[in-house]
Design a protein around this ligand. Structure first.
Ligand code: G1P
Length: 296
């Protein structure tokens, strides 16, 4: 069965980016001229997703507006002969069908995903967390969908190796590799943000999941976990005790844009990867090095 729906939770407060996020959703902060959330939506579209569910909260209206048409701006651009710009904004509003649901209280990622349950029903669906942008030849979500299809439509958690010292920042997966290339694992357990000394592996999820509809039963049963929140990781761990859940090391460069360092890194890197801004960015860097030098 095709995986048609993706959930993108966007209800968080974005406190690491205050004061910008006092009025603007973190998801709308741009890497150069493209809002972060656009990358998540693009990944969904490029992975064959047909319907997208944003889990939002108050103050997030600009995300919906961004993916909607803006007829006044379209008319303005048309009348002024700005056809390239017109196409650019029309492309954004025709990317994909979008539905929004509200998370009325901030009770954690598990709770946020559970808010989408009336729209998902019992289908297998994808979850994309926008704090991480993954760029590569094949979209990360598409790679996970392929692994799920190969394994009877079961759940698949996208993972990557992180330094041992950083396990406390992620959901960490434990399991046995099932292929010669050591890319896919049958999951034994998943633990939310373990201390390095308690982490069974260094395989972390940067927020890419394919989940079977059975996850909702687990989300309804789990108690509050780390930070007093309903954790998606705990529900996945419960699901893994009842059904096969896989983890897969996907290909691609990952940018952790949920913090200032990763955001800066993505900004510089994306400017360097784009031919229209590459020379500009290189010149800026050369000038800065002349001015500030390089500390060794
Ligand atoms: C969430 C998840 C965690 C995952 C991380 C990826 O944590 O709970 O399992 O590894 O996203 O970004 P958060 O970063 O929201 O605290």
């Amino acid at each position: 069965m095709n995986i048609r729906k993706a959930v993108i939770p966007v209800a968080g407060k974005g406190t690491r980016f205050l004061p910008a996020t006092k009025q603007t959703p973190k998801e709308m902060l741009p890497i150069i001229n493209i809002p972060m959330v656009h990358y998540s939506v693009m990944e969904a579209v490029e992975s064959g997703i047909e319907q997208l569910i944003f889990v939002t909260s108050s103050g997030k209206g600009s995300i919906e507006n961004y993916f909607d048409r803006n007829l006044e701006l379209e008319n303005f651009l048309e009348q002024n002969g700005k056809i390239k710009e017109l196409e650019l904004i029309q492309n954004v509003s025709s990317m994909i069908e979008i539905i929004t649901v509200r998370q009325k209280e901030q009770l954690g990622l598990g709770h946020a995903i559970n808010c989408a349950s009336p729209i998902i029903g019992n289908e297998t669906f994808s979850v994309i967390l926008g704090d991480d942008i993954v760029r590569g030849e094949r979209p990360a979500t598409k790679q996970l969908i392929e692994v799920s299809k190969k394994n009877n439509g079961k759940s698949v958690i996208g993972v990557m190796e992180v330094p041992n010292a950083e396990t406390y920042r992620y959901g960490i997966v434990d399991g046995e590799f099932i292929d010669d290339k050591r890319l896919t694992l049958l999951m034994k357990a998943m633990i939310e943000k373990p201390k390095p000394s308690e982490a069974p592996t260094n395989l972390a999820t940067p927020g890419r999941y394919i989940l079977s509809g059975n996850i909702f039963e687990c989300l309804n049963e789990i108690p509050r976990g780390v930070g007093g929140e309903y954790q998606l990781t705990d529900a996945i761990n419960m699901l893994a005790s009842r059904d096969e859940v896989y983890a897969h090391k996907f290909d691609g460069d990952r940018f952790d844009t949920g913090n200032i360092e990763g955001f800066l890194n993505a900004t510089v890197e994306f400017a360097l990867r784009d031919e229209s801004t590459k020379e500009l960015m290189l010149n800026i860097i050369r000038e800065k090095i002349k001015t500030y030098g390089i500390k060794r």
